[in-house]
Each structure stands twice: as structure tokens, then as C-alpha cells.
Design a binder for this molecule. Structure first.
Ligand code: PMT
Length: 404
């Protein structure tokens, strides 16, 4: 039996949440309900308790079980969380990471898939802030169930009515059965494709305490992997050492590597089965010629260490391409577009995505970047400065139209 946590916030559509609880329970789900203080102005906890036959949660500090922290345990318990109705206020709080009540604390503390069914006055819904907050949450992986048009409690006949409980149930069931919404599965060129993304730095060991590496955080590669998984791709994420949390999507298989040699092995051994490869990793071009198994002792004067070339993974992939689509990156500090176009040819890639890593506000480690995509078809597209998450979507949007 699947567990559904329903969060009810303070709008007149809260009355429909009672019906939704009933429909979810009748469909065989174990339903628990949380109410905000404002929701309790419209409906009472007792109604939900009677229908769900479970305790109802209203106060973060009313810890009923000393063995657990309630708002964390509830999020962990749920297979899916639905916020219905979701007010503009709760949407704004969620998009800004505010956790000041039972509902927002629980949602912030969990990785469980979340659905939001907004309900509000049409002007509140169309307000730029609300739209921005919803876009942020969408990027973060929240699934929105659009409000319908019709008679609103404020007297307008317009968009803003919470979707009907039966429709919400249908969407949630579709998600539970497919682990994705049909519309998310169907529209994308990436759906069902085997994609591989490399991310982060490599480290090339000199001795047991020293290594050569670079400042890549892995953020861009991880963002791409998440964006691909959202579009239905089966993603292998080959990652050098990073401090990023393991991606939660079931569509992402994480393969951890350390050195350029290990990354080469991880990518080359899977290449035949892949449809598309994104090489966002910053692979070390050199490794110490020799790896010592003892610590190199300090001595007077200068120290010379010799380095050998590491395998050029992207070049190898370009040379052994059969059907795969190859997306490389170019980290440059000068003549960015020229060098990127040269790499496109030299590595036989289909696309090179260039960035200026000399600009400290973007590039390595930053949450933001500014990319230009150069295509083998000899055209290029500037994506502009944006967050790496948004850029991952922009990159895939460009490829949706071009990659068959
Ligand atoms: O990880 P972040 O902090 O989010 O930063 C993102 C980024 C700056 C690392 C990313 O935007 C980026 O530019 N990645 C490519 C870094 C790089 O190594 O660029 P390059 O110009 O040296 O290499 C060109 C391409 O060849 C890259 O796709 C690279 O993965 C690949 N390469 C390079 C060397 C090598 N031995 N094997 C390779 O496959």
C-alpha cells in the first residue's frame, strides 16, 4: 500500500481537500493529512481524521512520538506528498525555503515527490511573483497540477480554481504507476534514451598525500543529469570526487571515479550502449608520470615532477563514434569561441558548450554560468547567464529540436 501525505493550506478550496482525502482513501492509499493554521479557519482536523482514520498534524512542536522528529518522519513515511489547495503564500514560502509551520517544515525536509495544486484569485495566480515562485519550484522538481477556470470565491470567473479531486487522484496514480507524469514522459526526445554525463574534477595522485586536481564542483554535470532524468532518459552519471549529494532520481545511476584513467574506463566501457554523452567533467590533462606509494620527502632546493598526458576521453569518443551524439564542453579564458570551434572539429563532437572560466562569478564552482553552444552544423546559440540548473534545461531545450 502506498502512503500519501496531503498538506492542506488556507484557502476556501480546503473544503475540496476533504473530498480528496476520501477519494485517495477509497483508492486504497494510506492517507495522512497536515493542516496549516490558516487551513483550520476553513476546515477542521477532525473531518480529515474521521475520513483518513489517521492522526492529523497541525503543529510542528506537538511531538507525539518521542522516538522520532515528526516533520522529518512524516516526509520519510510518504511515497508522494500533495499540497492541495496550495495558496500563493505557501508556494512563496516553499520557493524561498521558509519552514515556519508543519507543512513547510515537512516539505523542506524531504526528497519525496511533491505535487502542488494551486488555488487562488486569478490576479494572485498571474502575479509575476507567484509565477516566479512556481517556476522555481518546478525547476526543483515539484509537479504542478494546474488550476482550472471557473467561478472563483472572490466573484471572478477565471483561472484559479483548484483542480477537481478526481483529476488530482488520476495524476497522482499516473505518477505512482510510471514514476513520472505521462506528459513529462511523452514530450521529450530524451525519453527512454541512454545518456551518460561526466561531472566534477579528476584527481591524479602523486603520493599518498598529494594530488593534482582542479576547481570543478560537479554542479553543472549533476544539473544536466537531473534535467535528463526528468525528461525520461536513463542516465549514467560518471562523477569525479565532489561534495554534492547523491542524485535522488531513480533514473540516475551514479558511478564514482577518481582519475582520468578511471573516468576513461567508465565511459568507454559503456559507450556502445549510449545514445548521447555530455562531457561536463573537467578532466585533468596531465597526471604525475609516477605514483609513489610513499610520501615524497621534503628536500632542499626546487622539486621537479614529470607529468604524462592522460587519455583524451572526448577525442576517443569522437574517433569511435557509431551512432552516439557527442556533447563536449570547452573551458576557456581567452578566444573562447575560436577555441571552442577548434575543439568541435578536433574531437569530432556534435556540440561544444563553451564557457569563460576566467570570470570568477561563473564557471568553476559557481551556481551560475554563461554558455554558448557551438554546433557541428556551424551555427551557435548563446544561452546567456543563468543558474546551472536553468542552463541544463536550456541546453536540453536546444537539443530537443536538433537531436533525433
Ligand atoms: O563542475 P562545475 O563547478 O559546475 O563547473 C563546470 C565546468 C566549468 C567544469 C564546465 O562548464 C566545463 O567547462 N567543463 C569542461 C572542462 C574542461 O575540461 O574543458 P576542456 O576545454 O579542458 O576540455 C574540452 C572537453 O574535453 C571537455 O568536454 C572535457 O570533459 C573533455 N576532456 C578533456 C580532457 C581529457 N583528458 N579528456 C576529456 O574528455
Amino acid at each position: 500500500m502506498k502512503n500519501i501525505l496531503l498538506a492542506v493550506t488556507g484557502g476556501i478550496a480546503a473544503y475540496k481537500a476533504i473530498d480528496l482525502t476520501s477519494k485517495l482513501s477509497q483508492a486504497g492509499y494510506d492517507v495522512r493529512v497536515m493542516l496549516t493554521d490558516n487551513a483550520q479557519e476553513f476546515v477542521t482536523p477532525l473531518s480529515f481524521q474521521a475520513i483518513s482514520r489517521n492522526p492529523v498534524y497541525t503543529n510542528t512542536f506537538l511531538e507525539q512520538n518521542p522516538q522520532e522528529i515528526q516533520h522529518v518522519a512524516l516526509g520519510d513515511w510518504a511515497d508522494v506528498i500533495i499540497v492541495a489547495p496550495a495558496t500563493a503564500n505557501t508556494i512563496a514560502k516553499l520557493s524561498h525555503g521558509i519552514a515556519d509551520d508543519m507543512v513547510t517544515s515537512t516539505l523542506l525536509a524531504t526528497e519525496t515527490p511533491k505535487f502542488i495544486a494551486p488555488a487562488m484569485n486569478v490576479h494572485m495566480y498571474e502575479n509575476k511573483r507567484t509565477q516566479q515562485n512556481m517556476a522555481t519550484l518546478s525547476e526543483d522538481g515539484y509537479h504542478f497540477i494546474e488550476p482550472g477556470e471557473g467561478y472563483l470565491a472572490c466573484g471572478y470567473v477565471a483561472k484559479g480554481r483548484m483542480e477537481e479531486p478526481l483529476q488530482i487522484l488520476a495524476k497522482v496514480e499516473q505518477f505512482i504507476n510510471n514514476n513520472q507524469l505521462d506528459e513529462e514522459l511523452d514530450y521529450s526526445t530524451f525519453n527512454g534514451k541512454n545518456a551518460l554525463v561526466t561531472a566534477g574534477p579528476t584527481i591524479e595522485v602523486l603520493d599518498p598525500v598529494r594530488y593534482l586536481s582542479n576547481r570543478s564542483s560537479g554542479k553543472m554535470g549533476y544539473a544536466l543529469a537531473e534535467a535528463l532524468a526528468k525528461r525520461g532518459a536513463n542516465v549514467t552519471l560518471v562523477s569525479g570526487p565532489t561534495h554534492l549529494p547523491q542524485p535522488q532520481s531513480k533514473n540516475i545511476k551514479l558511478v564514482k571515479v577518481q582519475s582520468a584513467d578511471e573516468m576513461f574506463e567508465a565511459v568507454a566501457s559503456r559507450y556502445e550502449q549510449l545514445d548521447i554523452v555530455f562531457k561536463a567533467a573537467a578532466v585533468s590533462d596531465y597526471a604525475p608520470s609516477e605514483t609513489l606509494n610513499h610520501k615524497l620527502k621534503k628536500q632542499d632546493g626546487e622539486l621537479s615532477v614529470t607529468f604524462k598526458r592522460t587519455p583524451d576521453i572526448l577525442k576517443y569518443l569522437g574517433e569511435h563514434k557509431t551512432h552516439q551524439y557527442l556533447v563536449g564542453f570547452a573551458a576557456e579564458t581567452q578566444n573562447i569561441d575560436d577555441y571552442a570551434q577548434q575543439k568541435l572539429v578536433k574531437k569530432n563532437a556534435d556540440v561544444i558548450i563553451a564557457n569563460n572560466v576566467g570570470d570568477k562569478s561563473i564557471g568553476f564552482s559557481s551556481d551560475n554560468n554563461d554558455y554558448t553552444m557551438h554546433f557541428a552544423t556551424k551555427d551557435s546559440v548563446q544561452l546567456g547567464k543563468d543558474t546551472k540548473k536553468a542552463l541544463a534545461d536550456k541546453i536540453l531545450n536546444e537539443l530537443e529540436a536538433r537531436w533525433q
